[in-house]
Design a protein around this ligand. Structure first.
Ligand SMILES: NC(=O)c1ccc[n+]([C@@H]2O[C@H](COP(=O)([O-])OP(=O)(O)OC[C@H]3O[C@@H](n4cnc5c(N)ncnc54)[C@H](O)[C@@H]3O)[C@@H](O)[C@H]2O)c1
Length: 321
């Protein structure tokens, strides 16, 4: 629960993603204090100075400073973005070996600090590392989440917005499952301007020749890779997504977002002890109630397949716990 009236966010890792996340938080004035931690302290110090140089022109004052693990103790939200630089062509799951060597010591420091806020994992493979973070820190399930398919959901909405020339925020629906190759869109639950998106597409067939639900889903899945191919990596989309999640938590908005959370027997999902994205309520207490999407039989099979991929990779690092 966010109890202090002086909110503190800690960002760990100040590479492309960490810097963009820190910038989005400052630009939006989401907290009172932003603390930056990097294993090379000069990088955190330099980023803090660079961000602070814009304060005169920002809407809200934020204290920005480099920090240490002790700063996690009283933090409301800690965001982990440290990891190996993703290599071109490498899948998120292929980053696991290098990522766990970086992230495990960080999680031990966070746990040792006495942190009792909300832990937001961004480093990939995010579902596997969020599960590991929950186990490693011993924090309640409500307080550990991964950004998961929140970014993929935003991408799906952007693609539909680009296709229809309408505001992406008119789309209501979610990408679920793994933040990775086995993610999928349960189209039976996606709506747009008052009807199912599938119906919208059908009603406007002549305007969208060749456009299919499967094609939109594939473009959503591939979008991160496409951006990586064009500019070497992704940072601003994930930063906007993380800032949105931080706002929901710190401002105690009761939003419903598709984030990676512990799935443990809820509704028809039929999975236990695995982190996957599903729409859940998010507010100052962290992760709340799940939405029962009433997935079709085919969608449930895809959800189980996604769970199997994540669980298989959790097994590879379970002996570290
Ligand atoms: N969840 C998502 O949607 C999403 C989106 C984009 C990137 N990512 C992930 O974010 C992570 C960072 O990506 P990036 O592009 O910022 O990479 P980057 O190389 O630019 O930054 C990595 C950061 O990790 C730090 N780091 C590296 N080794 C470390 C160590 N041994 N100890 C402590 N810190 C260490 C670096 O100093 C740097 O600050 C990756 O895991 C990437 O896959 C996730």
């Amino acid at each position: 629960m966010v109890t202090s009236n002086r909110s503190r966010v800690v960002v760990i890792g100040t590479g492309s993603v960490g810097s963009a996340v820190a910038s989005a938080i400052v630009q939006q004035g989401l907290c009172n204090e932003l603390v930056l931690i990097n294993h090379n302290p000069d990088k955190a110090k330099g980023l803090a100075m660079d961000l602070a140089d814009g304060l005169e022109f920002l809407g809200r004052f934020v204290t920005i400073r480099p920090g240490s693990w002790a700063d996690c103790q009283c933090a409301d939200v800690v965001i982990v973005t440290a990891g190996p630089k993703p290599k071109p062509g490498e899948t998120r799951m292929q980053e696991l070996g290098a990522a766990i060597d970086i992230v495990d010591p960080i999680l031990r420091h966070i746990a040792d600090s006495g942190f009792d806020g909300i832990l937001l994992m961004v480093s990939n493979p995010v579902d596997v590392l969020s599960w590991f973070a929950w186990k490693r820190t011993g924090l309640p399930r409500e307080q550990v989440l991964g950004s998961g398919a929140a970014l993929d959901t935003a991408r799906m909405k952007t693609i539909i917005g680009e296709l229809t020339h309408l505001d992406p925020r008119l789309v209501s629906g979610y990408v679920i499952g793994e933040h990775g190759d086995s993610q999928f869109v349960p189209w039976s639950t996606v709506s747009f301007i008052g009807k199912s998106f599938a119906q919208y597409l059908e009603d406007n067939r002549s305007r969208y020749p060749g456009v299919t639900l499967a094609g939109i889903e594939e473009s959503t899945r591939r979008r991160g890779l496409d951006i990586k191919g064009l500019r070497g990596g992704t940072s601003y989309g994930i930063a906007a997504t993380i800032a949105g999640l931080v706002r929901t938590i710190l401002w105690n908005e009761r939003s419903v977002v598709s984030i990676s959370t512990l799935v443990d027997g809820e509704y028809e999902y039929g999975e236990r002890d695995v982190f996957l994205s599903l729409p859940v309520a998010l507010d100052g207490n962290g992760v709340g109630d799940f939405v029962d999407l009433h997935l079709s039989g085919d969608e449930l099979s895809r959800f189980h397949a996604s769970a199997a991929v994540v669980r298989e990779h959790c097994a590879l690092i379970a002996d570290r716990l």
